[in-house]
Design a protein around this ligand. Structure first.
Ligand code: 6PG
Length: 242
């Protein structure tokens, strides 16, 4: 795999570097092409990162030139505590001068199949396309304890190779419906940042980076980003077995 691993003493220092790298990358793309197309991850890990951006980068990023998407979304209303968009709105989007027309949330409150198709259409309309693949400038991902990323789980790992841009997924334990970007889109980004913190991720990450162990049931292992660059941001707890 072509990637770089950055390890930090703790989650706060990781979030600070992630924010710094986000700002630098956004400036490069905005200077080059006038905008920055990013897909945010969900879950809890990005919270510190969003707070760092909101507190220290309000006036250091051209927020109105960023198009915000999500790597995946839970099929719940935006005000639900489970909503990835809802968390990003509370922790970041309501605190910085983003342009509301540049926020492309998945409508988790709607019919999953219909909303998945509408989200695919929005992605195709807004993003540049290379040989049928929409190209994000940056996709930020997390990793689950089972090795899932976005909402591609070991139980539906075939979504990595789907020929669609988005698919309806389902959490294997809660059976919660999700809408997720597929591997086709994830691996076409110019940059991917994967962030993982905490000891609960350590054992799975040991498998992920054990290239001798071709464990085909670990979705994040298939995030290779053939066309771009992949950076892992880990704190010491998550990286303890590396
Ligand atoms: C989601 C995420 C998912 C997340 C991992 C890690 O919707 O849950 O997109 O892929 O990144 O589950 O979650 P934590 O950051 O909460 O550990």
């Amino acid at each position: 795999m072509n990637y770089e691993i950055k390890i930090f003493k703790n989650a706060k220092l990781l979030a600070e570097q992630l924010a710094k790298d986000f700002q630098s990358l956004s400036q490069k793309f905005i200077s080059y092409k006038g905008n920055f197309n990013v897909a945010l991850s969900g879950g809890n890990t990005p919270k510190l990162f969003f707070r760092e951006l909101a507190e220290n980068y309000r006036n250091k990023i051209e927020w109105s030139k960023i198009n915000f998407f999500w790597s995946d979304e839970r099929c719940v209303p935006p005000e639900d505590k489970e909503s990835n968009y809802g968390m990003a709105k509370t922790e970041l989007l309501d605190k910085v001068p983003v342009s509301k027309k540049n926020i492309f949330r998945v409508h988790g409150e709607g019919n999953p199949q219909i909303e998945s198709e509408k989200y695919s259409s929005a992605i195709q309309k807004i993003l540049p396309n290379d040989n049928g693949k929409p190209i994000f400038d940056l996709i930020i991902l997390g990793v689950g304890e089972d090795g899932h990323t976005a909402s591609i789980f070991p139980q539906n790992i075939e979504l990595i190779n789907s020929d669609k841009l988005c698919e309806v997924s389902e959490h294997p334990v809660t059976k919660q419906k999700r809408i997720t970007l597929t591997g086709k889109v994830l691996n076409s980004a110019r940059f991917i940042f994967i962030a993982a913190t905490g000891e609960t991720k350590a054992k799975k990450l040991k498998e992920v980076f054990n290239e001798r162990k071709n464990n085909a049931s670990i979705p994040v292992k298939f995030i290779k980003n053939e066309s771009g660059k992949l950076y892992w941001y880990l704190d010491r707890e998550a990286a303890k077995y590396l």
